[in-house]
Design a protein around this ligand. Structure first.
Ligand code: KIV
Ligand code: ZN
Length: 526
């Protein structure tokens, strides 16, 4: 259940606006594609979390991006919905069209301002860029009063030129000025200084909101974002689990909790309902197929685990000895109640809630069916089993190809053999294949029922819990023509999990191919 806003009267000028770019910059992570349905669900989760601005996509990039921004604009009522556009009329108009149904819309337009980008990427003179800043912002203002302008590669831009660009954007009507550290190059003290300089020296700076947008190439994205706030920024752009181009963006959960736990240092706060963080993190991990590293701050499996005897002893005496925040603050269930085959639907729903999942009726029925099936095969079903099971259902829910049955002959005498039946668009297809080992046989059988040219780039297995009846969680990454897609699945049978994960990755790859095909959606034929 989302928490009600805290009834504290705080100075609005101390509030940091949280701008989430999981569905735009986050989706630019190689392999992290999300379907339309997943983006709609994620936008509801982000809105429940009270994210101020949701950057829903880059409407000119593809029909899929346009549709996602357009449909999110129809369902989100509390958060501002934002669409990205380069500094061209076509981009801006496409973003304006996509955002038309939004209650509160923002166009985010950007152009590079650093010497290296202007010379090599844009092949433009600085004066031409300056002219485009003014024209693009003015054009975007024809569509909405809320226009954000970004100086791409701002942290490698000559300071005087950056001041002139920011001034031009403000004069043309920009209401938010974003200073991206596009290549993750800046340092906290340097980044803070850029904001101070712009706020002090650019005419009109006091009438706009300055924003951070930090990439994590040197592992400094969160530190730089907070330093930006120290320098006067009032908005932080960030993504769930820190996903984004290359090493990713500043992680939303980290900036939010740093401001919640140590807001005293900066005299700043956010409106975010932090109890929704775990739910959002798990959902993003499930739909992108990007596992969250165990020791990841705030949302990692070990973020609240205490292993050493000394720490455990301290925790039993008083949790404050080793915990600077409570697991409940970020929506982690306080208990790890074991469920079994006698647990009913009500207990299951309550368990899901405590784990941060709020499923619709159909998804709940599906998850409950899977849970019963798992409980028949496994004596104790732990929280991690349920998380793997629900994530698996969410990841594969809209898949065109589904595994129906699998039989594998394995052992010391090769060749190993797999008999597979899948359902493709409602029709059964079967094949039998051999391979160098059972996994190879399974993947060869998949190749026969759904021919494709993708290369296997990653095959990873880990046990969800302890014991020989533990579920295996498998991640698969495929690559075809530079497109990367990942898939995940969990099952007590490692080979079934492998088949399902491969097929989930294949489905994601086909979806990505269709989305980026010239001329729009073209379904892959089998
Ligand atoms: O990193 C970057 O510069 C961006 C811009 C489009 C804001 O993502
Ligand atoms: Zn970026």
């Amino acid at each position: 259940m989302p928490q009600a806003p805290e009834p504290v009267s705080r100075n609005e000028s101390e509030r940091v606006i949280i701008f989430d770019t999981t569905m735009r910059d986050g989706e630019q992570s190689p392999g992290a594609s999300m379907s339309l349905e997943e983006k709609l669900e994620l936008s509801k989760i982000l809105e429940d979390m009270r994210v101020d601005v949701i950057e829903a996509g880059f409407p000119i990039a593809s029909k899929g991006d346009f549709d996602a921004v357009n449909q999110i604009a129809q369902i989100v009522t509390e958060s501002v919905v934002c669409g990205l556009a380069r500094a061209s009329q076509g981009d801006i108009e496409r973003a304006g069209e996509a955002l038309r149904p939004a209650k509160r819309s923002r166009i985010h337009t950007f152009i590079s301002t650093s010497p290296v980008h202007m010379k090599w990427k844009l092949q433009m003179e600085p004066e031409q860029v300056l002219d485009m800043v003014a024209r693009s912002v003015a054009h975007a203002r024809n569509w909405t009063d809320d226009v954000e302008w970004s100086a791409e590669d701002a942290t490698r831009t000559e300071r005087d030129f950056l001041r002139r660009c920011v001034q031009a954007a403000i004069k043309s009507g920009a209401t938010t000025i974003n200073i991206p550290d596009t290549v993750g190059y800046t340092y906290p003290s340097e980044y803070a200084d850029i904001f101070r300089d712009l706020i002090e020296n650019v005419p009109g700076a006091d009438g706009v909101i300055f924003s951070t947008h930090c990439h994590n190439d040197l592992g400094l994205a969160v530190a730089n974002s907070l330093a930006g706030v120290q320098g006067g920024a009032r908005q932080i752009e960030c993504a769930m689990n820190g996903i984004g181009e290359r090493a990713g963006n500043a992680a939303l959960e980290e900036v939010v909790m740093a401001l919640k736990v140590r807001g005293d240092r900066l005299q700043r706060y956010t409106n975010i309902d932090s109890t929704q963080i775990t739910r959002a993190s798990r959902y993003v991990s499930a739909i992108t197929g990007f596992p969250v590293q165990y020791n990841k701050a705030i949302v990692g499996k070990n973020a609240f685990a205490h292993e050493s005897g000394i720490h455990q002893d301290g925790m039993l005496k008083n949790a404050e000895t080793y915990e600077i925040m409570k697991p409940e603050d970020v929506g982690q269930g306080a208990t790890n109640l074991v469920m079994g085959k006698h647990s009913g639907r009500h207990a299951f729903r309550e368990k899901l809630k405590s784990l941060g999942y709020d499923l619709g009726q159909n998804a709940l029925n599906d998850a409950f069916g899977r849970f019963k099936d798992l409980a028949d095969r496994k004596k104790h079903v732990y929280d991690d089993d349920i998380i793997a099971l629900v994530d698996d259902a969410l990841a594969s829910g809209a898949d065109r190809i589904q595994v129906k049955s699998l039989r594998v002959i394995a052992g010391t005498e090769g060749p190993q053999e797999a008999e597979l039946t899948v359902i493709i668009d409602g029709v059964d297809r079967s094949s039998t294949a051999t391979g160098d080992g059972p996994v190879d046989a399974v993947f060869n059988a998949i190749q026969q029922v759904a021919p494709h040219n993708a290369m296997l780039r990653l095959f990873q297995v880990h046990a969800v819990t302890e014991g020989t009846d533990a579920q295996a969680q498998v991640s698969v990454r495929l690559e075809e023509d530079g497109r990367i897609a990942t898939g995940q699945a969990a099952d007590t049978d490692t080979l079934t999990a492998s088949a399902k994960a491969y097929i989930n990755a294949l489905n994601n790859l086909f979806a990505r191919k269709e989305k980026t095909a010239p001329g729009g959606r073209v379904a892959t034929r089998f």
